[in-house]
Write a protein that binds this ligand. Structure first.
Ligand SMILES: Cc1cc2nc3c(=O)[nH]c(=O)nc-3n(C[C@H](O)[C@H](O)[C@H](O)COP(=O)(O)OP(=O)(O)OC[C@H]3O[C@@H](n4cnc5c(N)ncnc54)[C@H](O)[C@@H]3O)c2cc1C
Length: 1015
């Protein structure tokens, strides 16, 4: 027998031979599409603009808008075809009523290339043609991004309709091969799980499965009656485990246990895929009924790499294309070797991958009628023909639906077709030789590259570059780049879910424990304890902390003052290391600290984890920043004189923090003060004292010296006010309400007898944040992100969205989807992982928000209010008002709860006026696909942080320095490069270094810290 490689080469050569008998250009259709693809492959910038233009086009209704967008996307383009583009744009401007429809027609043509029909009737025409060519089909209903249960239900109903139509219209059709036809029903439907349930949360596969099973049952039941095959497509990694679990769960049910016509997809680009496939095969054997697996490489490579890099996650996909190819072959073997239980479908256009499957099947003695090749509609026509001619079973994946929901599918295909790494481009556009295309991918894997198959590393190559950059940090380096953010916990992993559940149990187990104040390094108790309750179940007491009064406040000031002298002279490197040790301890206790937040302040899992991550980031980022600011820096090169600027700490810092980011904000303000050499009194919000006590424990374990950090709890109106006015407090770092913030600002301006320094205030307050939805916005994203921004953590983030400003052209479409998306939110106790909306913090907040809802009812129209909120606990139903005008109270006052006001505006001018017409300027958002409008918003939106085409919450340390202006704050930026300067006093030391007319030639840019005598 010949070795496998030469068999593969022989088969591959045969396929190419047949393909070359019917020469066809890269894709089945010539003309506009082909020219666009050719240009895209030559020019990355053009490609990006083209794909964006294609993405927005279906949502543009007026010809003028189409031409405007064309101009905005392409007019500034400078490349080899500038003249061609400019002429096109100029022409289009002259006759927009002609050029608009022509453009739309051409781009629709691009989509039609990949979409088998707009509706079932269209589709049937295609399927009949394919039948004549002996090509089977699997139909995919376009419409993957469902934002609500209404949309998910529609998708399910469309699936059922389609089943009926396909079964009826194909009556009498038979299998083209005739052999083993019982394994391959003629009608085959591919379903997307995410389109059946809008609230899939990767942390909660069980919750998703509980919702999905009843939705799938009627579809499966009908499919079985009609003799239809159902395949579960595989989407992004976040949905992978849920999809696999769902498949196993539902097909183990008594009703479907013996049904062989079910299949699922395995993506070979995933590092997990081999383990997943082995588990599936084991499951299949235990179940005892045949099932099918479609093996593909995976369609979300770019998405997965970007997403994991943004979140600091291990990247789930291989980095090198040949690694995916090698794994595809490994899994091909696994499938064929288990042919007795699993029917294989090879979903690939790559002749090497296909030829390998053929050769291996022959080697294993498997008849070619017992597996199939699947290829996408509109791609690789000649390969399909070749496979049919060689006697293989071929099935085409046929998307059906309208252009708008088809856009993300189209863009995925365009990306794939123009990818440098793709087979189709190599073969049909670049004419790479058959020998090269048929090489064993094992030979092409570069073993020494970061992230290659050999070492077990899974961080991206770029992430590795980041680490190098860290070492060479200079003032020119982007401040966020001098260190890597701590990763978020990826709750996709079962291990993370288990750890979180265990932590919640463990923290529950110590409910009611007492935690001391810490002053001057001593544990302090008073005769009164403050309880902290679980807002989901207010009868439960999470823990107690002693209530401090004026005597404890005085004691804390004395301790901090006494510790200041030594701490201020401690080298900054030592102080930076303290912060890094604290971060490491938080890392070790991460799940426990998150669990405390879930139970004490009602944060959903991912939000709680985000808070702990932010606290760690603050510590590490500020430590890194201090190393940049700590060394005296030359002010100017001048002969004979050295002038160095450096910083002194300010003195004793009072840190007053809120409950909504109970660890991160407290830790951020305290760590900034500490690393800069100030001593600190932490006075957390009364609602989050247990989180604060935990943070104190962290710093004690990290070795903070006595008196340097003091933990004081008590009533803000008593000890807070006393300390703000205290002559021995030099600096106040405050985050909280406008009311308290303004009082602090005012009081700090008064100089008291005996006061040494002018008090400095770092003051961050609330917002009345607006999101503008432009008429061309991508609503799939705008709705999901607006809902999350408004109702995530119950709207209790200072960055939360509270005014949604919608352009009238789009208003009805936005509102229809927005209201049903709100109605789909899961509300409940955030100990459950799938919950998005939990309780508000306490009874006072509960009452205040309900009062605002009453005000809203008198001012505007109540468009939506959730009904089924838990009866106990401080649960406020998510509420949406429409018909809101800018002067109404609900549009002006900060509510700090799950209440959203929607304002309808004429155009972008009015939208900007309304957005800026508020006392606050914290965050703002804009959804648009018009480059010109985006540019305008960048210039004109008055907010400390303007977010474009994403949610307006979730700032990340170093990446999104956070803080606002107007009545939102004093203009400081937590997590930004200049934040530490707020805690420091600048000082310059000038030395005349000329001696008798002689001076050294060179002065150093930096010098070592000025050192105090050790004594
Ligand atoms: C019938 C059918 C059904 C499909 N269903 C699904 C599905 O349910 N879910 C899904 O995700 N995909 C699905 N796909 C798409 C499939 O995953 C591939 O994206 C596509 O077929 C291209 O792979 P190829 O083997 O044809 O081409 P090739 O050109 O050989 O491979 C391209 C693929 O290689 C991988 N790749 C690219 N660059 C790199 C890199 N740097 N490192 C590692 N890997 C890289 C990517 O997966 C990319 O799509 C389906 C494809 C077909 C034909």
């Amino acid at each position: 027998m010949r070795p496998l490689q030469s068999e593969v080469e022989q088969r591959g050569a045969r396929i190419f031979e047949i393909v070359d008998q019917h020469p066809e250009s890269l894709f089945s259709k010539a003309g506009f599409y082909q020219r666009m693809m050719a240009l895209s492959m030559r020019d990355e910038q053009f490609k990006a603009q083209l794909f964006r233009f294609v993405d927005v086009l279906p949502s543009l209704r007026k010809s003028g808008d189409i031409v405007e967008h064309l101009d905005e996307y392409f007019a500034d383009m400078r490349n080899g075809f500038t003249a061609f583009i400019h002429t096109g744009v100029r022409l289009a401007r002259i006759v927009p009523w002609v050029s608009g429809p022509v453009l739309r027609w051409n781009v629709s043509g691009m989509a039609r290339q990949f979409i088998a029909g707009k509706n079932p009737n269209d589709l049937m025409k295609t399927l009949r043609k394919r039948r004549a060519q002996k090509i089977g089909f699997t139909v995919d209903l376009l419409g993957e991004a469902v934002v609500s249960e209404t949309e998910a239900d529609k998708y399910a109903a469309r699936c059922l309709d389609l089943l009926e139509t396909l079964a009826r219209e194909t009556r009498g059709w038979t299998d083209p091969l005739g052999r083993n036809s019982e394994l391959f029903p003629v009608v085959n439907l591919s379903v997307k799980i995410s389109a059946l349930y809008s609230q899939i949360n990767p942390a909660d596969p069980a919750g998703a499965i509980a919702h999905l099973v009843p939705k799938l049952q009627p579809i499966l039941r009908r499919a079985r009656e009609l003799g239809v095959f159902i395949n579960f497509d595989m989407e992004s990694y976040a949905h992978k485990n849920t999809t696999l679990e769902l498949f196993k769960t539902i097909f183990t049910e008594e009703e479907f246990k013996d049904w062989p016509h079910a299949g699922i997809v395995i993506q070979a680009y995933l590092r997990d895929s081999e383990a997943d496939l082995r588990h599936l095969i084991d499951w299949g054997r235990a179940r005892g009924t045949r099932f099918a697996v479609r093996l593909v490489k995976g369609a979300y490579w770019d998405y997965e790499t970007i997403k994991s890099r943004q979140n600091g996650w291990d990247c789930p996909v291989y980095f090198q294309k040949p690694e995916s190819d090698v794994n595809f072959e490994t899994l091909t073997r696994l499938l064929l070797e288990n042919e007795s239980i699993v029917t294989a479908a090879f979903g690939s256009h790559n002749v090497r991958s296909i030829a390998h499957a053929q050769a291996l099947a022959d080697e294993l003695g498997i008849d070619r009628s017992s597996f199939e090749f699947q290829l996408l509609y509109g791609m690789a026509g000649p390969i399909k023909r070749a496979l049919v001619e060689m006697g293989y079973r071929v099935r085409e994946y046929c998307p059906v639906g309208e252009l708008l929901p088809g856009m993300s599918y189209l863009v995925r295909r365009l990306l794939e077709n123009t990818s440098n790494e793709g087979f189709l481009r190599a073969k049909f556009a670049e004419n790479v030789s058959a020998t090269e295309l048929l090489r064993d991918p094992n030979e092409l894997v570069k073993r020494d590259r970061p992230g290659s198959a050999t070492p077990a590393t899974t961080t991206t190559p770029v992430a590795n570059e980041d680490r190098h950059r860290k070492n060479g940090a200079s003032l020119d380096t982007a401040p966020g780049d001098i260190y890597q953010n701590s990763p978020l916990v990826n709750f996709v992993n079962k291990e993370s879910q288990d750890k979180m559940r265990a932590a919640l149990r463990e923290v529950r187990g110590r409910f009611g424990e007492k935690y001391p104040l810490v002053i001057g390094g001593e544990k302090v108790w008073t005769d009164k304890l403050t309880p902290s309750v679980n807002p989901s179940a207010p009868k439960e007491i999470v823990g107690y902390v002693p209530e401090g009064g004026i005597p404890e406040a005085e004691r804390a000031v004395k301790a901090a003052r006494a510790a200041f002298r030594k701490w201020s002279r401690t080298p900054f490197e030592e102080r930076a290391r303290l912060l890094e040790r604290a971060a490491a301890i938080m890392e070790r206790r991460r799940y426990e600290l998150s669990a405390v937040e879930v139970l004490e302040v009602g944060k959903p899992w991912a939000e709680a984890d985000g808070d702990i991550r932010e606290a760690m980031d603050f510590c590490r980022f500020y430590a890194a920043q201090m190393r940049r600011f700590g060394r005296p820096r030359l002010t100017q090169h001048v002969p004979g004189e050295d002038s160095y600027q450096h910083y002194f700490p300010r003195g004793v810092a009072l840190v007053i923090s809120p409950w909504n980011f109970p660890t991160a904000i407290l830790c951020g303000m305290a760590s900034a003060a500490l690393v800069t050499g100030n001593t600190v009194i932490m006075k957390p919000s009364e609602q989050s004292i247990i989180c604060a006590a935990m943070l104190m424990q962290v710093f004690e374990e990290a070795g903070v010296p006595p008196g340097v950090l003091n933990f004081l709890s008590g009533h803000g109106s008593v000890i807070g006010a006393h300390l703000v006015d205290h002559k021995d407090i030099d600096l106040i770092a405050f985050t909280g309400s406008r009311e308290v913030g303004l009082k602090i600002w005012e009081s700090a301006g008064i100089t008291r007898p005996g006061q040494r320094e002018l008090k400095h205030v770092v003051c961050e307050m609330g917002g009345k944040n607006a999101m503008i939805v432009d008429s061309d916005a991508d609503l799939d994203e705008a709705i999901v992100d607006s809902i999350y921004s408004a109702f995530g953590y119950q709207g209790q983030k200072c960055s939360a969205l509270s005014r949604l400003i919608v352009l009238e052209e789009n208003y009805d479409r936005v509102m229809e989807r927005l209201l049903s998306a709100a109605a789909s939110l899961r509300i409940g106790n955030p100990e459950e992982p799938g919950i998005v909306v939990g309780p508000v913090i306490d009874e006072a907040a509960y009452r205040r928000i309900l009062d605002y809802i009453e005000i809203g009812k008198t001012e505007a129209t109540l468009a939506y209010q959730a009904k089924d909120v838990p009866p106990h606990g401080y649960f406020v139903p998510p509420t949406i008002f429409t018909g809101v005008k800018p002067n109404m109270r609900i549009a002006r006052e900060e509510i700090f709860g799950p209440v959203l006001s929607v304002l309808k505006v004429r155009d972008l001018d009015e939208a900007i006026e309304v957005a800026n017409g508020t006392d606050y300027a914290l965050t703002g958002g804009f959804f648009s696909r018009s480059p010109a409008n985006i540019e305008r918003i960048k210039a004109q939106f008055e907010a400390g942080h303007v977010y474009i085409n994403r949610s307006c919450t979730g700032a990340i340390v170093g990446r999104h320095p956070f803080g606002g202006f107007k009545m939102s704050g004093g203009g400081t930026k937590a997590g930004g490069e200049d934040y530490l300067l707020q805690f420091l006093l600048p000082r310059v030391v000038t030395e005349n270094i000329t001696r008798h007319g002689f001076a050294p030639e060179e002065t150093q840019q930096y010098r070592d810290e000025f050192l105090w005598p050790k004594r």
